[in-house]
Write a protein that binds this ligand. Structure first.
Ligand SMILES: Cc1cc2nc3c(=O)[nH]c(=O)nc-3n(C[C@H](O)[C@H](O)[C@H](O)COP(=O)(O)OP(=O)(O)OC[C@H]3O[C@@H](n4cnc5c(N)ncnc54)[C@H](O)[C@@H]3O)c2cc1C
Length: 375
């Protein structure tokens, strides 16, 4: 047997990549997972996971009960001036750091027999003669019958594949902290500021995640992140209070740039795209992690069906994945893009707070539109 040849190579070990490789290997499909970094590591993320994925994770013995995730079921929304509305979340969610969750799933992938290469970056993938040639930065060359790309919202590979969204500049940056602060255990707070919004909610070990998305122009005229927070975020009295009282647990925040919410394709040159690589939902929906887990499951299911003979050709496999992806995620992504326009502007954010206050059941329906069914 050629040790450099696999049935499936999964690129990127976030939630989509970890879940798909575990599902594949447990079904007897030889899988290599390649991750650029080394676990455990922090990522910019609000770390609120919609409950829609909990039954699946439990069924697969992948729910990290022992890490005591926080249970979150109340949603508080404020406009820029700090006026607040509250609604009970229809489904709710749980809070756990990516540092812990991804490392836990990495161990599960390892236990399942997935071959994992960490601290390895994929620099090119070419489809030729019905197989993929995957090149790593360290010079290694590997081959596989299928590729799942789960390398996240933005990678050099997007340029290599000449994807459309990468040609446009994106105006958003994301910032994350872990902190200790007295904050209600069951609340996910979403607080507007000019040009952005900040989520606050509990994760494990009585820690609180503080994570925001901001237009990059907010940085202009303010020396850096701390100065911008003081000048812009603290205009919202709730955020001023939270940032003032929080004991930040990182030396400096995690920051990412160029976050794009543009439409992307779920198949590119015969490669299956999963998680953010196929499309990032706006963070205010609190749903990107659930979508990454679900799409990782769907991508692996299509490949497993192929090996079981239930899908007869590569073409059938690709069209089945494209269809299930569209059915499960297209509408949510669209609603997320539209809803994001209500945030970061006093008039629209103020109207949203009034809407949640006056029409709580309609607000719950809108939240449901951005979430999927339990699967
Ligand atoms: C500010 C902000 C807040 C958010 N808050 C929430 C929230 O509260 N709840 C929620 O559900 N979602 C949230 N999201 C969205 C969520 O973080 C993502 O949807 C989710 O992380 C997607 O997982 P993924 O597996 O697709 O990608 P990722 O988790 O990004 O994983 C991709 C992996 O691929 C690796 N990689 C990249 N390129 C290569 C390469 N060439 N070779 C090898 N490896 C590579 C990376 O190192 C990374 O580990 C938020 C997003 C932002 C920007």
């Amino acid at each position: 047997m050629d040790k450099n040849k696999f049935q499936v190579i999964v690129v990127g070990g976030g939630l989509a990549g970890l879940i798909s490789s575990i599902c594949l290997q447990r079904s007897g499909v030889s899988t290599l997972l390649i991750e650029k970094k080394q676990y455990p590591f922090h990522r910019v993320c609000g770390e609120y996971i919609s409950m829609e994925v909990k039954p699946f994770l439990e069924r697969m013995d992948l729910f990290p009960e022992h890490l005591n995730p926080a249970e979150l079921n109340r949603f508080k929304l404020s406009d820029i001036k700090g006026n607040i509305a509250e609604v009970k979340l229809p489904l709710g969610g749980f809070g756990i750091s990516r540092y812990q969750l991804d490392d836990f799933l990495y161990q599960k992938a390892f236990d399942a027999g997935v071959e994992v290469k960490t601290k390895n970056e994929v620099i090119d993938i070419v489809f030729h003669d019905n197989e993929f040639a995957v090149s790593l930065k360290n010079g290694e060359k590997l081959t596989s019958e299928f590729v799942i790309n789960a390398y996240g919202k933005r990678s050099k590979l997007d340029k290599t594949f000449d994807r459309n969204f990468i040609k446009k500049k994106s105006p958003f940056l994301g910032v994350k902290y872990h902190a200790r602060i007295d904050f209600p255990k069951d609340v996910i707070g979403l607080y507007n500021f000019k040009g952005g919004y900040c989520g606050v909610s509990h994760i494990e070990d009585d820690k609180v995640n503080i994570c925001y998305l901001s237009r990059r122009e907010n940085l202009k005229g303010h020396g850096g992140i701390a100065e911008m927070e003081e000048a812009v975020l603290h205009q919202n009295p709730i955020l001023k209070d939270i940032f003032g009282k929080a004991e930040m647990l990182f030396e400096k925040p995690e920051v990412i740039n160029e976050i794009s919410f543009e439409q992307k394709a779920s198949i590119e040159n015969h490669m299956l795209m999963a998680g953010d690589t196929a499309g990032l939902i706006t963070p205010l929906c609190g749903n990107g992690m659930a979508m990454a887990i679900h799409s990782g499951y769907l991508a692996s299911s299509s490949i497993i069906k192929f090996y079981e003979g239930k899908l007869k050709s590569r073409q059938e496999l690709e069209s089945e994945y494209q269809n299930v992806w569209k059915k499960n995620f297209s509408k949510r992504l669209w609603v997320g893009r539209k809803t994001q326009n209500l945030f970061g502007n006093q008039m629209r954010a103020g109207l949203s707070v009034q809407f949640v206050k006056n029409f709580p059941s309609l607000a719950k329906k809108l939240i449901q539109q951005t979430h999927g069914e339990v699967f």
